[in-house]
Every structure is written in C-alpha cells, then in structure tokens.
Design a protein around this ligand. Structure first.
Ligand SMILES: [Zn+2]
Ligand SMILES: [Zn+2]
Length: 136
C-alpha cells in the first residue's frame, strides 16, 4: 500500500510540475511575441526606408562612376559602331562627353547612359553587364 500511495503522490507531483511548466512556457511565449512585435514595428520602417534606398543609390553611382568618360573627337577611332548614341539616337558631336562600357565597348552620351544606369546595370544595345568585372 505504501508503494502505491508513493507512486500516486509522485504522479500528482509530476502533473503539477508539467502543468506549471506549461503555464510558464505559455506566459513566456506571450511576452516574447509582444516583444518581437514591438521590435519589428520599430525596425521595419528603418530597414525598408533608408537601407534599400542606400543600396540602390550606391549601386547606381558605382556603376556609372566605374565607366570611363571622355570627350568625343571625330577621327579618334575610339567610338565603335556608326557613331550614334543608341539611347537618344543622335550622332555624337565633337566635344560631347561619352562613356564607353568596359565590357562590350559600346559608347553613349554620359547623360544618356547615366539615366539608363539608374534603372539598369547592363548595356542598352547588347545587354552585356555594364559593371566592370572585379578582376580587371
Ligand atoms: Zn544619347
Ligand atoms: Zn553593348
């Protein structure tokens, strides 16, 4: 009889322990959820506002900056193709600033290619990546 009552009291203790543990876990989860929600509410505007804008602008400026610009002079032989800008379809005039894409050597007006590079990272004519490869 004594062993049976001992087992019963042990089971009762175990049940109480499990019950209180479950209660503690539930309360902990509630607090953790509230905290993470408060944290997320604080962090979201920062992440989606400033950080994405920073990455976008840094990509654009670095892409354009790494492409060499030069003044167009007739007869230098620097400009391939038919000597026209594929973006605005105007012929290059003497003294205009041009950029030659490092990978495909297509050339465009600085203003035209800079505007294009705000939303793209490749050549508007042949779609070759406009950013110079890191090894070069
Ligand atoms: Zn142009
Ligand atoms: Zn190209």
């Amino acid at each position: 009889m004594s062993t049976e009552s001992g087992i019963r009291s042990r089971i009762t203790l175990l049940l109480i322990w499990i019950g209180s543990a479950a209660l503690a876990i539930t309360i902990y989860h509630c607090i953790a959820k509230r905290r993470s929600r408060a944290r997320a509410a604080q962090q979201l505007p920062r992440q989606y506002g400033i950080e994405t804008m920073e990455t976008q602008s840094s990509v654009v400026s670095s892409t354009a900056q790494h492409i060499p610009a030069f003044k167009f002079q007739k007869g230098t032989g620097l400009v391939g193709g038919d000597g026209t800008c594929a973006i605005c379809l105007n012929e290059f005039e003497e003294g205009e600033e041009l950029r030659i894409l490092p990978e495909c050597l297509h050339s465009y007006h600085v203003e035209c290619i800079d505007m294009w590079l705000h939303s793209h990272t490749n050549c508007p004519m042949c779609r070759t990546d406009a950013t110079p490869s890191p090894a070069v």
